[in-house]
Design a protein around this ligand. Structure first.
Ligand SMILES: Cc1cc2nc3c(=O)[nH]c(=O)nc-3n(C[C@H](O)[C@H](O)[C@H](O)COP(=O)(O)O)c2cc1C
Ligand code: SF4
Length: 645
């Protein structure tokens, strides 16, 4: 039993089900799916997290109907008989680890995720989703009755494949949500027109599932308490909705979240536990068992919500992506050992081609022993790691964990490398948690950390070593001569040295290199918040194209509030005393625009020390010193190389 988190670790009864703790793994599709069925990799992902883990796992949304399938068949197809044996294997494997398992079911309606539409889109009204090109077809009565039946068939399939229950995905603006919401349901028949009639589709789905499944089979409902869209459902609407449900068609639990597609996986710039207040209100109004999740990353926040009576159970999705042993570490009162999710959404939401994680190289690679850090080396050796950024830290940690005697050399006065500057951007301070965590792990595992002395050749090392891991990182490329001018800076200068005081007309130009990533937009954000009026120029056809979908909207709103403007298909071809010469790359036309400050995204170049040295010592290069990439690549390189030592 945990002293620190007694409520979180206490059992919970939902219907006839007794959960071993109040921790729920929230639904998150892994895309480790083939032809609509979970693969062995997907099953391994669940089993790893079920072991010594949450009381309940709700599986990522599975589609109920053929006309909600994707062309790539990367969503689980609950209606498809051929997917059922794999669903049964997954349910059995999870339950064997002591967790309950509930399958979430969805019809996507008008949302054509990735425009992968295999069929015409359906919706309560023919209103196009702002996220997609294609408009849906308005469902007629026969469509509605058929989809209601599909939900019931999917639920029965879950029951027959050994699941403990089904969760209706009524959140995030998919079909059930589209019927509930005044923004998307403009019908004037029995399924629309007023809140009661907008509720009818959901009620029919609930009733059909109850009729199709046994009395002990649990039925949960996920709702977005606030849709966060114009004319969408607000908390007062959802409150009335759950009161009506509780009175006439109660479900066994509510799972409360906020937002619709594009906004429901809140990034690190958003506050912690934003749905707790809404959950508390809906719980009180309905009297239903309530799960709340969303941007809850630490057990202490979960414990607080439970002891404040705001919810009955706490849901986590990305916390489980980032650390499969999250529950075991919390239960043994060692929360500091938990590898923190840093809320970037870069890798878990990119689905390239399936779920990965920036901080946990094993996520999505559960069966790949190359990333498995458990177990000790058969040949413990003296290992020197050169460079204390994320790659070097992860390599040092893994090598020490495996029994090697490790020294980590960092030329500067502190570890973290360039990632420290990524965390220097407004609202992104939380990123530093992964550096702090790795630093603490390295210390805990007895790595000798030597700061403040650069290692440029093997003879710079204090003593003999058996293996070298070089993680010397990357540096910004310098300004091209035609851009050099007293008003011009390299992007990293701003993050490292701080924002210059606005002066004159306070007009700043930030030239992106077309990558559209945080290295540029973080600088823009910092300048804008410091009072500069920023113009962003990019050779790309899009703004911030590499920033995950969930982060773009809040970022652009922040920038918009400070008057930031954009020039697409534009490069800065020179900086002079009269200003920046902006060139339209399609027409070739130049325009001279005065700016007090010009900041250029010059990109990064590797600084791989020891490359030419033939020391005879086994040497590996990892992370940005091989090629400048993302933090996920750095940490994965560090893990893989240290596992192989
Ligand atoms: C990779 C990924 C896939 C997701 N898929 C689903 C899903 O299938 N159904 C759903 O209701 N929510 C889905 N979500 C949202 C999560 O359930 C959760 O609400 C969200 O991630 C916020 O919780 P967190 O901060 O604990 O991650 C997904 C989230 C992630 C990161
Ligand atoms: S990829 Fe990033 S946001 Fe997603 S789980 Fe990992 S750390 Fe969290």
């Amino acid at each position: 039993m945990s002293d620190l988190f007694p409520r979180l670790m206490s059992p919970l009864e939902i219907g006839t089900l007794r959960l071993r703790n109040r921790i729920v793994m929230l639904p998150h599709g892994t895309s480790m799916v083939q032809a609509g069925a979970p693969t062995d990799d997907d099953i391994a992902y669940y089993v790893r997290r079920a072991k010594d883990g949450p009381g309940l796992m709700v599986t990522g949304a599975a589609v109920t109907s053929l006309d909600s399938t994707r062309a790539g068949r990367k969503l689980i197809e609950n209606f498809n008989g051929e997917a059922l044996p794999a669903l049964a294997r997954r349910a059995q494997a999870v339950k064997a680890q002591g967790a309950a398992i509930i399958g979430q079911v969805v019809h996507l309606g008008r949302e054509a995720i990735g425009m992968e539409t295999a069929h015409p889109l359906l919706a309560p009204s023919a209103i196009r989703s702002p996220r997609d090109l294609q408009a849906p077809r308005e469902m007629d009565g026969a469509d509605i009755r058929r989809v209601v039946r599909d939900f019931a068939i999917s639920a029965r399939n879950l029951e027959q494949t050994g699941h403990d229950g089904v969760e209706i995905h009524g959140a995030h603006g998919y079909l059930v949500g589209q019927f509930l919401s005044p923004a998307t349901n403009h019908r004037r028949d029995e399924w629309g027109g007023d809140p009661e009639r907008r509720l009818r589709f959901l009620v029919e789905v609930i009733d059909a599932i109850r009729e199709a499944c046994g009395a002990t089979f649990l039925l949960g409902l996920r709702l977005s308490a606030e849709e966060e869209i114009a004319d969408g459902m607000e908390l007062a609407d959802t409150r009335r909705l759950v009161e009506a449900l509780a009175a006439g068609h109660p479900v066994d639990y509510l799972s409360v979240t906020l937002g619709t597609r594009g906004s429901y996986v809140k990034d690190a710039t958003q506050p912690v536990a934003p749905a707790a207040r809404a959950a508390s209100m809906l719980r009180e109004a309905s009297g239903l068992t309530t799960i709340v999740g969303q941007r809850i990353t630490s057990p202490s926040v979960g414990e607080q919500i439970l002891s404040g009576g705001q919810a009955d159970a706490i849901g986590f999705a990305r916390a489980f992506v980032a650390d499969e042993q999250w529950v075991a570490k919390a239960r043994s009162d060692k929360p500091a050992l938990i590898r923190p999710c840093i809320g970037l959404n870069q890798d878990c939401r990119a689905f390239a081609p399936h779920l990965h994680c920036a901080v946990n190289p094993r996520a999505g690679r559960e069966q790949d022993l190359a990333y498995e850090d458990a177990g000790s080396s058969k040949r413990p050796r003296r290992v020197a790691v050169i460079g204390g950024g994320p790659a070097g830290l992860e390599a040092a940690r893994t090598a020490a964990l495996r029994g090697h005697q490790v020294t980590l050399h960092e030329a500067s006065g502190r570890v973290g490398g360039q990632f420290q500057y990524a965390a220097a951007v407004p609202y992104r301070a939380e990123l530093i948690r992964i550096v702090d965590h790795l630093r603490d792990e390295v210390r805990r595992l007895g790595v000798a950390v030597e700061l403040g002395r650069a290692i440029r050749r093997v003879s710079d090392l204090a003593g003999p070593v058996d293996a070298l891991i070089v993680a010397s990182g990357a540096v910004p490329r310098p300004l091209e001569p035609r851009l050099q001018h007293p008003t011009a800076r390299v992007w990293l200068d701003i993050l490292r040295d701080g924002v210059p005081e606005p002066h004159g007309r306070a007009q700043a130009l930030v030239q992106d290199d077309g990558t559209g990533f945080w290295w540029t937009y973080g600088v823009v954000n910092a300048l804008a918040e410091a009072g500069w009026k920023v113009t962003v120029a990019t050779p790309s056809t899009a703004i911030a194209a590499a920033i995950p979908m969930e982060s773009i909207a809040p970022l652009l709103v922040r920038l918009g509030q400070h008057g930031t403007t954009y020039r697409l298909l534009t490069v800065t071809s020179a900086v002079t005393d009269d200003g920046a010469q902006l060139t339209d790359i399609t027409s070739g036309e130049d325009e001279l625009v005065p700016f007090e400050l010009v900041v250029v995204q010059t990109g990064r170049q590797s600084t791989a020390v020891l490359r030419g040295e033939h020391s005879g010592i086994e040497t590996h290069w990892i992370g940005d010193c091989v090629a400048p990439r993302r933090v996920s690549n750095a940490i994965a390189d560090g893990r893989r190389v240290a596992v192989a030592l």
